[in-house]
Design a protein around this ligand. Structure first.
Ligand code: GTP
Ligand code: MG
Length: 389
């Protein structure tokens, strides 16, 4: 197996890409699709693998700079990362890469180099930075035939082949082949656009070794950091004084609260960047007089933390009512059994009993003021939101 290095995608693919298989990142124009191939290069290297990156749409040096921008040190990995330069010859510039495609508009030239690599190198990940550029230069039919052959050979030699492809208006036949039977797996990458692209997502269209989940994941690209699964809104709610604001701050890399005399009067807003996930967190006030605005604050959440003070079971009815007010029924939620440090705090199982919760609702013991248990709670909720496999 070779890990793609894309958070969540490896889970969906049952661990990654098996040796001998091919995968295409099929991007709608305008989204940051080429980063997927790049992150897969780093994923391979990071796990001790050997990688070949075929650079077609820009100078290899620019790719190396991109690695730097993402915070991925490749200098120490040089002996396991090789570039195929098909860009510099195109603009008539010299190249000092190990492999050079002297005529980038001639598919035979690609064939010779790629087939040599497939036959010479130990099982590696070979990533094409831009299959679309090769197609533009060498022709659609010619390129598809070559790819078919490379995929076949790679299977015999236990390589993994990964292609970035941007779905420009090629012939329908070409696009159908690429989405159809040319590759063992197709990952689609798209954008949610309204004049500008304000959201990007990926999903698995096809994979012949893993059962496909129909889920799509929103993502963001961070520099440094790379691809992160993006959760636009997680709600933190619960009764007055339960520790919601403290919890939001404990979890967040940065957060603000609008409090007066120790109680939240507007809302808490935090952001977390953790283990491949990037999420925005919104905390509601707890006092009943704010219930009308809580409704407004809580729309479009993807999941909920219901924070309770474990020493104060008399508030649990109110807590349940908050799920109602925030219209959170049906959303994935986790009970944060806070203030576990205080004497008399109910244990998670006792909280579950007093709350009359179904067995499958997680109750996580937390001491928000000491940041204890907050990341565990986050991981459990994220797993529920993204449908862990
Ligand atoms: N002992 C203990 N105290 C805590 C813990 N978490 C929060 N607190 C305290 O509980 C009080 C309320 O915390 P907040 O985070 O303001 O609670 P809140 O739910 O946002 O309150 P409202 O916005 O007024 O509804 C503060 O004095 C916190 O210091 C904890 O884990 N243990
Ligand atoms: Mg608060």
């Amino acid at each position: 197996m070779v890990e793609t290095g894309i958070p969540k995608l490896d889970d969906y693919l049952n661990g990654g890409i098996p040796k001998g298989k091919s995968l295409v990142y099929y991007s709608q124009p305008g989204v940051e699709g080429e980063i997927f191939g790049l992150q897969t290069v780093y994923g391979t290297l990071n796990n001790g693998g050997t990688c070949v990156f075929v650079v077609s749409s820009t100078m290899p040096q620019i790719i190396k700079d991109q690695f730097k921008d993402f915070g991925w040190g490749i200098n120490t990995l040089k002996d396991r990362l090789f570039f195929v330069d098909s860009y510099n010859p195109l603009i008539g510039a010299p190249s000092d890469e190990k492999y050079v495609i002297s005529k980038p508009d001639n598919i035979e030239c690609f064939n010779k180099t790629i087939i040599d690599i497939i036959k010479e190198l130990p099982p590696s990940t070979i990533v094409f930075g831009s299959l679309s550029t090769i197609m533009d230069l060498c022709g659609e039919k010619e390129t598809i035939e070559a790819v078919r052959n490379w995929n076949k050979l790679a299977m015999l030699h236990d390589h993994v082949l990964v292609y970035n492809f941007t779905a420009w208006p090629y012939s329908e036949q070409t696009l159908d082949l690429i989405k159809g039977n040319l590759f063992n797996s197709v990952i689609t990458i798209g954008g949610i656009a309204e004049r500008v692209i304000f959201g990007q997502y990926f999903g698995i269209l096809k994979s012949d070794w893993a059962e496909i989940s129909s889920k799509s994941m929103l993502f963001r690209v961070l520099r440094p950091g790379g691809i992160r699964i993006f959760i636009p809104k997680i709600l933190v709610t619960g009764p007055f004084d339960a520790g919601k604001s403290t919890f939001v701050h404990a979890l967040s890399t940065r957060a603000i609260s609008v409090d007066r005399l120790g109680t939240t009067i507007a809302m808490d807003h935090g952001h977390i960047d953790y283990k491949g996930f990037s999420a925005d967190i919104f905390g509601t006030p707890g006092q009943e007089r704010f219930d009308p605005i809580i409704k407004l604050l809580s729309g479009e959440s993807m999941g909920v933390f219901l924070v309770v003070d474990s020493t104060n079971p008399s508030d649990f009815v109110r807590a349940k009512h908050m799920l109602d007010i925030t219209k959170s029924y049906g959303l994935p939620y986790v009970i944060v059994a806070n203030k576990q440090d205080l004497p008399g705090a109910l244990k998670p199982e006792e909280v579950r009993e007093q709350f009359h919760l179904p067995d499958d609702v997680p109750v996580v013991p937390v001491v928000a003021k000491d940041k204890k248990g907050v990341y565990e709670a986050f991981e459990i909720l994220i797993e529920r939101i993204t449908g862990g496999i």
